[in-house]
Design a protein around this ligand. Structure first.
Ligand code: SF4
Ligand code: SF4
Length: 146
């Protein structure tokens, strides 16, 4: 009989301790997010895949098609093209593709761009069933953003 009351006391005590912890954490600020409905805001120095930067006024790419990022990329991830229209001082970008499957996020392309035309994105939760899903048309992405 004493064993019965001992177990009962032990169980009640354990339940009270557990409930105490639960109530204590219920009153604390929430630190988890309801992923994927909510996403974390990444830190300023986070490196996602590169993306084109648009002009603040026009939204058009700042890229002048100098080709430095393409030349400097050690993994040949970047393919770009441009054309010069009549009267324009610089070329206009017509294609900018990033093969993110080969990118090591070394940052050499961003450092080599003297026009501030590319930067790291804050995308961190990419997923796809095929590797082709990670070949990005960065010009199209910029157009969709602006
Ligand atoms: S280095 Fe900059 S300006 Fe030159 S092609 Fe690359 S993104 Fe464009
Ligand atoms: S971060 Fe490095 S590997 Fe990736 S595209 Fe730029 S230069 Fe190439």
């Amino acid at each position: 009989m004493s064993g019965y009351f001992k177990d009962l006391f032990g169980g009640t005590k354990s339940l009270a301790v557990g409930l105490g912890i639960t109530f204590r954490y219920m009153c604390k600020p929430v630190v988890t997010l309801q992923y994927p409905h909510e996403s974390l805001k990444m830190t300023p120095r986070y490196r996602g895949h590169i993306e084109l930067v648009g002009d603040e006024e026009t939204g058009l790419p700042k890229c002048v098609v100098c080709g430095m990022c393409q030349k400097t990329c050690p993994s040949n991830c970047i393919t770009l093209a441009g054309e010069k229209t009549e009267g324009a001082k610089t070329k206009s970008l017509t294609m900018y593709t990033l093969d993110f499957t080969k990118c090591s996020l070394c940052g050499q392309c961003v450092e080599s761009c003297k026009f501030g035309a590319i930067d790291f994105s804050k995308d961190y939760n990419l997923a796809g069933p095929r590797k082709e899903a990670f070949i990005f048309d960065l010009l199209k992405r910029l157009e969709e953003k602006s």
